[in-house]
Design a protein around this ligand. Structure first.
Ligand code: HMG
Ligand code: MG
Length: 310
């Protein structure tokens, strides 16, 4: 067991945060206007973030909330040095993403059969076959492809997922040409020991610098699992401003870990992120006002209510 808990001197000196709020967050919110989506991304672009997942080119019948992603990409004010990426489940999605000017795309698979069927309407094996033309098209256009893998510890339909199942599909995504595989605790139920066992299995096939973690925070364990991943050498973390998010096909799952909370954890642990925490909290405050709810981030609440010195 000690192998899972190395010394804190093993923490990375820098963490790359992939901001997924405009996609993972807003795919779960009805009635967000196009101008609010654009303003959120523009505010996020001024925080020091280097990677913002800004939309999804999926079937509008399946996720109507992302139906205006082309307009979003065309109207945001792009800042130099930022990668604006999008989800694409199939070749049609890639074509739309390219036409809209996405800098990078992401395919998304599941480690469990139940979620694969519910989320993308096919088996895991079929999804991998369907991703081939996506990767081909991306290569033709020199676009990097990220691979998401959902349900890495638990599935809302099939129960617990084994580390071997996860490592097997993660390895296939990596071998197919995904430059990075983001391991998703879609339902937000993982705890550090199970999360560590899953990471350990993946690390035996994929180098740490090609892995990311994507933790939903339903059971309040996301930050703990992320810290565990950092201790194991993983230095790319997905997060969502104000803790927005969920997946329409993972009932009961809450938002991703809040980006503000990850930035605070990192900076206080001597890990640089390059992100201005106050500007980030203000971007979260803006979108939460539009949504009529408070940020799901303790750090943002402490900062914005002036309690940060207590
Ligand atoms: P399907 O119904 O099997 O496929 O859906 P289809 O080819 O029959 O298409 C259905 C309709 O959608 C057709 O329209 C297509 O033309 C259209 P119709 O002929 O009926 O008028 N269509 C499209 N339209 C626009 N863009 C496209 C596109 N593709 C088809 N790219 C499909 C299969 C994969 C398309 C569908 O299941 C789908 O779009 N699923 C996406 C679900 C989704 O977005 N889920 C949330 C994102 S994943 C997530 O949140 C997890 C993650 O955060 C990690 C984690 O937390 O674990 C990444
Ligand atoms: Mg997610």
């Amino acid at each position: 067991m000690t192998a899972f808990f190395p010394a804190t001197s093993d923490l990375p000196s820098r963490v790359k945060i992939v901001e997924v709020g405009p996609r993972d967050g807003l795919q779960n919110e009805a009635n967000v206007s196009l101008s609010d989506k654009i303003q959120l991304i523009d505010m996020l672009s001024a925080t020091g973030l280097t990677h913002i997942e800004s939309g999804s080119f999926v079937s509008p019948k399946w996720v109507p909330q992302m139906a205006d992603s082309s307009e979003v990409f065309q109207r945001i004010h792009r800042a130099p040095g930022i990668v604006y990426s999008a989800l694409t489940p199939n070749a049609r999605g890639v074509d739309l993403a390219i036409a809209a000017g996405a800098d990078e795309i992401a395919i998304f698979a599941s480690a469990s059969e139940g979620f694969s069927q519910k989320n993308i309407n096919c088996s895991i094996a079929q999804s991998l076959v369907r991703f081939e033309p996506v990767l081909l098209r991306a290569r033709e256009h020199q676009l990097r492809v990220r691979g998401y893998l959902s349900c890495v510890t638990d599935c809302p339909y099939d129960g617990q997922t084994t580390p071997e199942q996860v490592a097997n599909v993660a390895r296939l995504l990596y071998q197919m040409g995904c430059y990075e595989v983001s391991l998703g605790d879609t339902v937000g139920k993982a705890t550090p020991l199970r999360f560590a066992r899953m990471l350990d299995a993946c690390l035996s096939h994929i180098p740490a610098d090609a892995l990311a973690v994507h933790c939903h925070n339903t059971w309040g364990q996301a930050l703990t699992n992320i810290y565990q991943a950092l201790l194991m050498g993983i230095s790319t973390v997905d997060a969502s401003v104000a803790g927005l998010g969920g997946c329409p096909y993972a009932p009961g799952a809450s938002g991703n870990v809040a980006t503000e909370d990850v930035v605070y954890l990192c900076e206080q642990s001597g890990i640089s992120t390059g992100i201005d925490l106050m500007k980030l909290a203000q971007a979260g405050e803006f979108i939460c006002k539009q949504l009529g709810k408070p940020p799901a981030s303790n750090t943002a609440l402490a900062l914005l209510t002036g309690d940060s010195d207590r």
